[in-house]
Design a binder for this molecule. Sequence first.
Ligand SMILES: Cc1cc2nc3c(=O)[nH]c(=O)nc-3n(C[C@H](O)[C@H](O)[C@H](O)COP(=O)(O)O)c2cc1C
Length: 188
Amino acid sequence: MSNKRIVLAVTGASGSILAQRFLETSREEIHLVISSNSDQVIEYETGHNSEHFKKMASYVYDDRDVAAKISSGSFIFDAMVVMPCSMNTLAKIAAGISDSLITRAAAVSLKERRRLIIVPREMPLSLIALENMERLTRAGAIVAPAMPAFYTRPKSVDDMVNFVVGRIMDLCGIDNELVKRWKEEERD
Ligand SMILES: Cc1cc2nc3c(=O)[nH]c(=O)nc-3n(C[C@H](O)[C@H](O)[C@H](O)COP(=O)(O)O)c2cc1C
């Protein structure tokens, strides 16, 4: 077990199943924050309410609590993952706005040069969204869109979800068997 300390932020973009799979699969110390706008998306897409997500986390914070411990640069963690990331939250982080715990913790990740992984879900993308992604990348974040590959010949939504979540875990340095790796069997 790699035993990483991960801040997982869930926002109101489509793709709450990605956060659900991360929570179900990970054995790490997860510090979870869910934006209030995510609640209806989580219920609509997964059939569970956000309490179901919270039960799987090690620690849970209210997004309105900008004084929570993850809001401080003195809180050490291995990576912050915003998944799924709405264009709204992405724009706020890119603009340096810190009016919620999620946006504050992301701003802290950038200023402390910690690993910040943004997993946006939107299609198509406006110039504004693309410029915000460029800005985040220049500031040190990793923009890793929720884009499954097809060379793995996915047979189900689960396969596609596992691919995306597995690649995000790779970026966090978390050991995982979710990703079917390219030509791996040929190397063994
Ligand atoms: C069912 C549903 C699906 C949505 N999907 C997306 C999406 O894929 N991407 C996105 O940027 N916003 C999406 N939204 C809109 C966001 O929820 C909305 O912009 C919200 O203000 C985001 O707030 P937050 O960033 O605080 O979570 C969706 C909303 C609903 C109700």
